[in-house]
Each structure stands twice: as structure tokens, then as C-alpha cells.
Ligand binder design. Structure first.
Ligand SMILES: Cc1cc2nc3c(=O)[nH]c(=O)nc-3n(C[C@H](O)[C@H](O)[C@H](O)COP(=O)(O)O)c2cc1C
Length: 397
């Protein structure tokens, strides 16, 4: 199944484009969400209307289209998917990809994307066998691009040999293999992310500056390694990752309920910045200014979700990873927190004013486990996430 997987499908200008209509249908039957992109030449072989109707989505065609850019900018379009599939991948598209050209929407997306790419080449046998195409193929494979087909067979041009696009079901199988492969396949992993909002009254709440960027990057990195990710998120600034189960919550109490509902899981990463306290008996009416003075807010402690799960007797995940956001004595506080909470690893970061971590794109973390303390160099949150996901994959192997 491809349930919830976002696939960006680029349809190039080849005879085999008609097979991509069936490919769209096959992917959607398996639960994929397909966003189609059609090259100018592709439009000569299939109509935007049929592509759009089958995909149940806008079909993107032009790089310089104000409407498309307003709906979803081309950079965002290249990032929201879990996989980019190019079918048919023309000799021209392969050449552009191999040499980093970006002179239309399809090639710009392919250069701007940071998600894996799978191509299904289709072309005349002589074009396929040409030294230039074979050079481009080698370059693309070396760049980590996945390739399915081409097959041998009779071609529309009357020749016989390699160059026929793989059949839609073969492409679907390659897509499924892509998603099921990876060191974390078969592992169900919970990730919490974002801040919580604790109500004062119907219009006011207590929050914190967590953007959700680090938790989102971790969920994406775990999913990319093949994990089945359940993502429990507070009201975050960044959009949630694609291809994972998403549960939206607002308060710490709701987050605990959602976390418990996901158990059992093989591992859990608690990256959410959960409010320690909430207002006792939040008002169900908006608090009014009064001459009598300022409102008196009484606080009660919120549930400690990390400790609760790390110390639970029933359904404790095999690997529990907590986050420690500290403003001072980072190492000492985080070391003590790991022991106090009972989690396996603590990822500590300095969130003091000036560190730029809260809401920023970079992070400097210390990972503490039972045996050692690792200080990682400053890197982007996406890089922290990838390194953490790989470390988790090793621990869970
Ligand atoms: C009838 C016809 C069929 C074509 N079939 C293919 C094909 O199967 N594979 C290919 O690489 N190019 C094929 N081409 C050439 C491409 O359409 C041409 O290289 C185009 O510039 C590709 O644009 P694109 O890569 O942006 O889609 C065909 C052209 C015509 C006129």
C-alpha cells in the first residue's frame, strides 16, 4: 500500500505518457496522493484535463505561472512529496537532470527537490543506447536516483530493443519497494512535536516559542528510513510532514491522550515543547478588565508525558528519546533529566536567547545515553534529524 504517500509525478514528452494515466490510477488505488506535473512536450501526448481528472489534483505545467505560484510555490512543490517519480523520463529530461539544468518547471523541481527521485526512462532504442544517454544514466545512478526499466520490446517507432517504459504495475512495485526498504521498515515510531497551548479563557492561552521544525524534520527522516511514523503535534508554525499519520492536539493533556492511543510503538521521540503548567480551571468566558484589579491565575502541573511513557510498565517503547531544552548548564541539566525521566537518550539543546534555536533552522545538540555523551557540531535541524534517525536505526537493528 501507498497510503498517505505524496507522490510528485512528472510526465515527460514521450509516447509512453499515455501509460502514466494508468500509473496515476494504480498509485491512487493504493492510497497515494498524486500531484502531477506535465512538461510542454508531455502536453502533446496527454491532455492536462485527463491528467488532472485522474489525479484529482491541479496539474502543474508552467514555471512562471502566478496562479500556481500563489497556490503552491515551485520550491514548496518540490519539497512536499515523499517521492518524485518521472514517467516517462525522456532522454531530454535525463540529460537535464544529469547536468543540473533548470529551464522549465519539471527540471527546476528536479533540481530543487530534496526528496528521493525514481525515473522510468522511455525512448527509442537508439536514443537509449546512445553514449550520451548512457553517460547521463550512470551520472543519475551515481547521484542516488532510482531507475525502473526500461524493458525490451516492440516500440511505437517500429524498432525492437530496450527503451520501452516499464509497465505501470512495475513502476508501482518499484515505488512500494522504495517505501518498504530502509533500516527502519517494520518499525512503528511515535514523534511528538510543536508547542502546546494551555487555555486561560476562550481567547487567550499560554504557549511557547517552539516552531515544530525539529520534530517535523525528525518525523520526515524516520519515515525516509522506512519507519511507520505517528506524528502527534501541537499547534506548530511549520507544516506537518507528508506520508505520516498526523494527530493534531492543543494542550498537554490532549497530547498525553493522543500519545497513549498510539501505543504500542517500537520507539518514541518526544520533541514537543510541552507546557509544564496549565491554568487551573480555565474560564469558559472571556476574562474582562475590571476595576477590582488584575485577574489571579492559579496554575497546576501538566502531566509529564516523557516520564509517564519512559517509566510505564506496560507498553514501554524499546527506545525512548527525550529532548531537553535548556538555557543554562545544558550538559548537567540534561544528564540529570535523562535519569529523572527514565528515558534512554536525551537530546539536549541550548535554547537561550541568542542561540537562535527556537524558531531557527539550525541546532547544536548533545546526545546523552547510558554510555556516552556526544556533542554534535552546529548543523541544520534537517541534518540533526537525519543523524538522529540513523542512530535510532542502529540502536533498533
Ligand atoms: C511522436 C514523438 C514521440 C516521442 N517520443 C519520445 C520518447 O518516447 N522518449 C523521448 O525521450 N523523447 C521522445 N520524443 C522527443 C521528445 O518529445 C523531445 O525530446 C522533447 O523535447 C522532450 O521534452 P521533455 O523532456 O521536456 O518532456 C518524441 C517526440 C515525438 C514527436
Amino acid at each position: 500500500m501507498l497510503t498517505g504517500k505524496h507522490i510528485l509525478l512528472i510526465i515527460g514528452g514521450g509516447i509512453a505518457a499515455f501509460k502514466s494515466l494508468d500509473l496515476i490510477r494504480r498509485m491512487r488505488e493504493r492510497g497515494a496522493i498524486v500531484t502531477p506535473v506535465l512538461t510542454k512536450a508531455g502536453e502533446e501526448f496527454v491532455t492536462p484535463l485527463s491528467v488532472s481528472a485522474l489525479a484529482g489534483s491541479t496539474v502543474y505545467r508552467n514555471l512562471f505561472d502566478l496562479n500556481d505560484e500563489a497556490e503552491m510555490g515551485h520550491i514548496q512543490l518540490s519539497r512536499v512529496s515523499d517521492l518524485v517519480v518521472v514517467a516517462p523520463a525522456t532522454a531530454d529530461l535525463m540529460g537535464k537532470m544529469a547536468s543540473g539544468l533548470a529551464n522549465d518547471l519539471a527540471s527546476t523541481l528536479l533540481l530543487a527537490t530534496d526528496t528521493p527521485v525514481l525515473i522510468a526512462p522511455a525512448m527509442n532504442v537508439r536514443m537509449w543506447q546512445h553514449a550520451a544517454t548512457q553517460r547521463n544514466l550512470a551520472t543519475l545512478k551515481n547521484d542516488g536516483v532510482g531507475v525502473v526499466g526500461p524493458n525490451d520490446g516492440d516500440m511505437a517507432c517500429g524498432e525492437f530493443g530496450p527503451g520501452r517504459m516499464a509497465e505501470p504495475l512495475e513502476i508501482v512495485a518499484a515505488i512500494q519497494t522504495h517505501f518498504s526498504a530502509g533500516p527502519l521498515s517494520g518499525q512503528r515510531i511515535l514523534v511528538t512535536s510543536g508547542p502546546t497551548h494551555e487555555p486561560i479563557d476562550p481567547v487567550r492561552y499560554i504557549a511557547n516559542r517552539s516552531s515544530g521544525a525539529q520534530g517535523t524534520a525528525i518525523a520526515r527522516a524516520l519515515s525516509a528510513l522506512g519507519a511507520e511514523v505517528v506524528f502527534v503535534t501541537g499547534p506548530a508554525d511549520v507544516p506537518p510532514p507528508a506520508g505520516v499519520d498526523i494527530v493534531h492536539v492543543k494542550t498537554a493533556q490532549e497530547m498525553l491522550g493522543a500519545v497513549e492511543a498510539t501505543l504500542p510503538v517500537h520507539a518514541a521521540v518526544f520533541a514537543a515543547a510541552v507546557a509544564d503548567w496549565r491554568v487551573d480551571c480555565a474560564s469558559d468566558r472571556k476574562l474582562k478588565k475590571s476595576k477590582g484589579g488584575l485577574p489571579q491565575l492559579a496554575f497546576v502541573e501538566n502531566p509529564d508525558i516523557l516520564r509517564h511513557i519512559a517509566q510505564s510498565k506496560k507498553d514501554r517503547p524499546k527506545l525512548v528519546v527525550g529532548f531537553a531544552a535548556e538555557t543554562n548548564d545544558v550538559l548537567e541539566n540534561a544528564t540529570a533529566k535523562r535519569l529523572r525521566k527514565g528515558c534512554d537518550w536525551i537530546v539536549a539543546n541550548d535554547v537561550s536567547t541568542g542561540s537562535g534555536v527556537m524558531g531557527g533552522a539550525e541546532n547544536t545538540v548533545i546526545v546523552i545515553d547510558e554510555h556516552r555523551t556526544e556533542t554534535w557540531p552546529k548543523m541544520t535541524k534537517v541534518e540533526v534529524a537525519k543523524r538522529l534517525a540513523e542512530r535510532m536505526a542502529q540502536a533498533l537493528a
